[in-house]
Write a protein that binds this ligand. Structure first.
Ligand code: SF4
Length: 183
């Protein structure tokens, strides 16, 4: 299996780590072949050497907010039999997608005028390079096909444990198929 932190805050992956002691039996039956940034800290270029369709299950946290993320999830789609969208950002776009309702100037003005009012920080594009180009953070399935959805911000531990219990069946019997919402 593979894990990828796309445009998320890492809260969903932390929730998986928090649940590890409860899912260890199911978890150890999988080999993690690629993971960024958790578990193995793989390099991005290592993904290229994995054959298409080789990964049984890839779990992706976060939506698609940059061109780089779009490239990686597109590669992961080719290399994975199943893609699971983990968390509200991956399933619906989440909090980052709310940026679509405002301009870059409105967002930076709101943030910096409150946190650094004395400095009057002016956004010059230097530190927020990605925002203008992404337009809106997209849910994962607006960019690549998704097989299963696990919403929640982050998903509840018991739901994550259920997911990993089902992953065992998924690997052995492929009993989960088509789109399904798991919580
Ligand atoms: Fe973070 Fe919540 Fe998005 Fe998960 S769903 S990446 S916890 S903001």
């Amino acid at each position: 299996m593979a894990f990828y932190l796309a445009s998320g805050c890492m809260g969903c992956e932390m929730a998986v780590v928090d649940s590890l002691h409860r899912i260890f039996d199911g978890f150890e039956s999988f080999e993690i072949v690629w993971s960024v940034p958790m578990f193995t800290s793989s390099r991005y270029d290592e993904l290229d050497s994995i054959p298409d369709g080789h990964i049984d299950v890839t779990i992706i946290e976060g939506g698609v907010g940059t061109g780089e993320v779009k490239d990686i999830v597109t590669k992961l789609r080719k290399k994975s039999k199943k893609i699971i969208a983990l968390g509200t950002c991956a399933v619906f776009g989440g909090v980052p997608a709310l940026a679509a309702f405002h301009t870059v100037d409105e967002i930076t003005g709101e943030v910096f005028s409150k946190t650094r009012p004395e400095k009057q920080v002016v956004h010059d594009g230097k530190y927020i390079l990605k925002l203008p180009e992404m337009e809106i953070q997209k849910p994962l399935d607006e960019v690549v096909g998704v097989d299963h959805y696990l919403p929640g911000c982050p998903p509840k531990p018991e739901v994550i444990v259920d997911l990993f219990s089902n992953l065992k069946n998924l690997k052995e019997k492929w009993i989960i198929s088509g789109k399904s919402v798991c919580s």
